[in-house]
Write a protein that binds this ligand. Sequence first.
Ligand code: 1CP
Length: 319
Amino acid sequence: MRQAGRSLPEYRALRAGTAMLDACLDPEMASEITLQPVRRHDVDAAIFFSDIVVPLRLAGVDVEIKPGVGPVMGAPVRTAADVAALRDLGPLTPERLAPVSEGVARTVAALGSTPLIGFAGAPFTLAAYLVEGGPSRDHLAARTLMHADPETWRDLTSWAAEVTGAFLRAQVLAGASAAQLFDSWAGSLGLADYTAHVAPASTQALAAVADLDVRRVHFGTGTSELLVAMRDVGADVVGVDYRLPLDEANRRLGGRTPLQGNIDPALLGAPWPVLEAHVRDVVARGEQAPGHVVNLGHGVPPDTDPDVLTRLVALVHGL
Ligand code: 1CP
């Protein structure tokens, strides 16, 4: 959840003068940034420092992460010819993925018994960036394309599933212990659109690690109505954002799916007693599910006081 984020001074110091994607593709730097929050907060797992658009860059797409903005494309992808041009870039081979594999392998070696979570962006969220050309609020152009030209949409999301699946697989093969798929923007879709136009590509992406001995976590935001569909594309664990209490998420999922979540990141800035009461409530509700990975319901805000995170981890360990 962008836990290293911009909230750690040691992260900001290390990153100074290095562009985000260059940092992701420097195995030594990516590994060190991954370890920083583990050392500081004593969390039970690390999440690999990378970004969902890294496989796009490795495939040859003109993409940058602009400070204060997020991923921005040189040109949006909107037509059948644009998608054909993506295919012409060729497959994401293990050779092209080497900086990722090397970063993961170094990190796993340094972590010892602490597991590493590998991750990738889901095809819809990647397609949303590609079609929009950058971050957007309602992903209008992407949602238009899926209906205006369903064939091009299918090609695009299938291409995205291939590259993101290869990225996820490379991390697991290099030693990651879990595989998380982030469909951060799936919440802009209704269930019918998700099922018809997104689920097939997400199934394809998760299938890339299905033969490996690794649990698959699937997370989105604003996806309270999509939880069952998001499990049914092949997830073992469903990540729940901060909007839906975990006991209700568990009910919706029929009481048979382990959950991840869902401390509200906004409360990291509230007085400690308010945050503590909220965390206790999240843990109590999570007890109803067959398993619970305690986590935030979305990313750490960049201005979060790191000491609050350390205290929060200690509280959860105490519970
Ligand atoms: O702790 C970690 O560092 C984890 C590594 C990580 C992860 C899991 C990063 C590093 N990014 C991600 C996933 C990611 N990237 C998602 C899915 C999870 C989520 O919803 O947060 C998304 C949507 C992105 C795209 C992205 N990258 C954004 C969002 C922009 C938007 O559309 O609103 C942003 C701001 C980035 C940059 C980024 N990625 C990661 C970090 C640490 C940063 C900030 C870079 C910096 O300025 O220091």
